[in-house]
Design a binder for this molecule. Sequence first.
Ligand code: SAM
Length: 262
Amino acid sequence: MTGADTFRAAAAYDRAVGRYGASLAVELIAFAGVEPGMRALDVGCGTGLLTAALAERLGAENVAGAEPSEPFAEACRARLPGVEVVVAGAEALPFGEGAFDAALSQLVVNFMRDAEAGVRELARVTRPGGVVASCVWDYAGEMTLLRAFWDAAREVEPERAAAADEGVVMRWCSEEELRELWEGAGLRDVSTGALMARAAYDDFEDLWAPFPSGIAPSGAFTASLDVVGRAALHDAFRRRLGVGGEPFELTARAWAVRGAAP
Ligand SMILES: C[S@@+](CC[C@H](N)C(=O)[O-])C[C@H]1O[C@@H](n2cnc3c(N)ncnc32)[C@H](O)[C@@H]1O
């Protein structure tokens, strides 16, 4: 699934994948080389996890966000008064050419309807020589939470889960593909790398709680199961993670790409 369809419940998002957002944002900002004095745009800003880190570094008045899901855009505005948040997709950004020193997007290009057009837009709104940077989860490898989720889902509903597994169906989830996307959009001096994020949980139930709400593709798959299927998924997921009633932490790898606007 792509697009903003499964990104509507802001509180559930912050408890699910959003739990990694703040630590990932610190890594992406360092990788992109965003420094005080710059003006930055966060594309697909969601509930504002990267936006918050940018506002802390640059000041809210120097940060803008674009997000196609209205409830997520509203959650971002509520979190960050003073940041301009527009309801828009990456493919048609309502900003002028060269309006920003940096255009970033965190965990978004794989959800864009047209990633080539979206990245061209990020480049268009960035001044010549400014940075365009992004990251996506290593769904097929070391995004521990989602890899364990889809492996458990494949045990419970092999065919349907194989068709929805983000490690298989998502594009732009490797360094090679991201480099190709960035170079294809005319960005220069393109480089890629790995970013590590982390999240802390009270116990497995704390981790599981947002999944049945339908948030993100993994939540949508969970919500589509009947009570018996959901219980089987819950148990297989817990077993694959090897966690239970104690607090624990998980790490997650994302592939990152940056380039200079022409
Ligand atoms: C996994 S969330 C990431 C949100 C936020 N960047 C973060 O790090 O928490 C993916 C986001 O991409 C947004 N999105 C989906 N299609 C998009 C598009 N075409 N252009 C921009 N954002 C899009 C979704 O609505 C959602 O907010």
